[in-house]
Write a protein that binds this ligand. Structure first.
Ligand SMILES: NC(=O)c1ccc[n+]([C@@H]2O[C@H](COP(=O)([O-])OP(=O)(O)OC[C@H]3O[C@@H](n4cnc5c(N)ncnc54)[C@H](O)[C@@H]3O)[C@@H](O)[C@H]2O)c1
Length: 337
């Protein structure tokens, strides 16, 4: 099997806890170097994972002859320059979410990736959680009839403040909802934000209408003073014949069907996706592994990336329209996102 030499650029929290351990497990990947602007971090991570080639400048990491592929897990404001540099040098990219911190930079990346025909994947890992895959399958099989609406309520204690709630956290759910509806065109968006006394986004509510007529309502909240025990992270799908809900990170799926005598009598059935039953790996770890496995599978087999630069751009555009809608107190219609 072909093995791709990987340079991991940005060896902070997510690289340490997820990407480096997962890259070490994936047969098609071979970590050849790491890069970070923080010298002590570079040394710590290099020693911890036994990686001897270390760079302080991302351009040297990309240019190195052993680097076939780049994994970008730096702070989001630096994604654009690093990703563009890798694409210019024809090196495929896996970049952590968000693709960039603004629409204009994401558009440049989309153009460059298209022009140069270089594969790029954005790390919106929720698409790889087995509970979401299973819920999507149940919807598709008509288990709850015609789909009317989807509702996401996602609360968190931690965000990267500078990047804003919408971009750092909200884009996860904008991407997930596009996944649920097969990347259907979005024709209208309206949004409202809640700001705290410092003017920071602490709440966002985005109403999306797809070309199919289905609506999705996505609420994201940043609640730094709460504790994990009380935060709610639920997705609910309502159909003409029932409803399904699951937690954002799984594992339980609850389904209630109006047409089922058992469900009408006893209430919703609760079950787990098979991966949650058959594996000791927490699903949150499982999905980080699956996204990278899928990235390498696409590289090896020449398949389209499951979350490409256009998808990264669209998640950012939904965030952008939410903000603009809030500021102008207006709904944006006639879109073809
Ligand atoms: N998908 C998820 O659930 C998830 C979870 C956490 C973080 N993330 C994303 O991963 C990225 C990194 O987040 P993190 O929590 O690991 O952050 P972090 O701050 O722990 O790590 C970022 C690292 O990048 C380094 N860095 C910054 N600029 C650089 C540059 N120009 N060149 C080389 N290194 C540079 C920093 O020194 C730091 O070590 C962000 O985009 C974040 O949104 C995604």
């Amino acid at each position: 099997m072909k093995r791709f030499g990987v340079s991991v650029i940005g060896v902070g929290a997510i690289s340490e806890s997820a990407h480096i351990p997962n890259l070490l497990k994936i047969p098609a990947s071979k970590i050849v170097s790491i890069c970070d602007i923080r010298k002590e971090r570079l040394q710590l991570m290099g020693d911890r994972f036994n990686i001897t080639k270390r760079f302080a400048d991302y351009r040297d990491a990309i240019d190195d002859k052993e680097t076939d592929v780049v994994v970008v897990a730096t702070d989001a404001p630096s994604h654009a320059k690093i990703v563009l540099s890798a694409l210019e040098r024809a090196k495929p990219v896996f970049v952590e979410k968000p693709l960039t911190i603004n629409v204009a930079d994401a558009e440049k990346i989309v153009k460059t990736a298209r022009l140069k025909k270089i594969p790029l994947m954005v790390g919106y890992q929720l698409r790889f959680l087995p509970n979401h895959r299973k819920v999507k399958e149940l919807m598709r099989n008509g288990e709850i009839g015609d789909i009317y609406t989807a509702h996401v309520r996602a609360e968190t204690l931690v965000i990267k403040e500078k990047e804003t709630l919408l971009i750092d956290y909200g884009t996860h759910f904008f991407d997930l909802i596009r996944y649920y509806f097969d990347n259907d065109h979005i024709v209208s968006i309206s949004g409202q934000l809640t700001l705290n006394k410092k003017g920071l986004q602490v709440g966002s509510s985005t109403l999306i209408k797809f070309e199919s007529g289905i609506h999705a309502n996505i609420e994201a909240y940043w609640l730094p003073n709460f504790n994990w025990g009380v935060v709610d992270r639920t997705l609910e799908i309502l159909g003409s014949n029932g409803k399904i809900s699951t937690k954002m990170s799984g594992p339980d799926i609850r389904i209630w069907r109006a047409s089922s005598f058992r469900d009408r009598l006893l209430g919703p059935q609760v079950f787990l996706p098979k991966e949650a039953v058959s594996s000791y790996t927490p699903l949150s770890d499982y999905c980080y592994h699956e996204e990278l496995r899928s990235f390498f599978d696409c590289l090896v087999n020449g398949k389209d990336m499951p979350i490409n630069a256009e998808d990264g751009l669209k998640a950012l555009k939904i965030a952008d329209y939410t903000l603009k809608s809030h500021l102008a107190d207006q709904k944006f219609r006639g879109l073809k996102l």
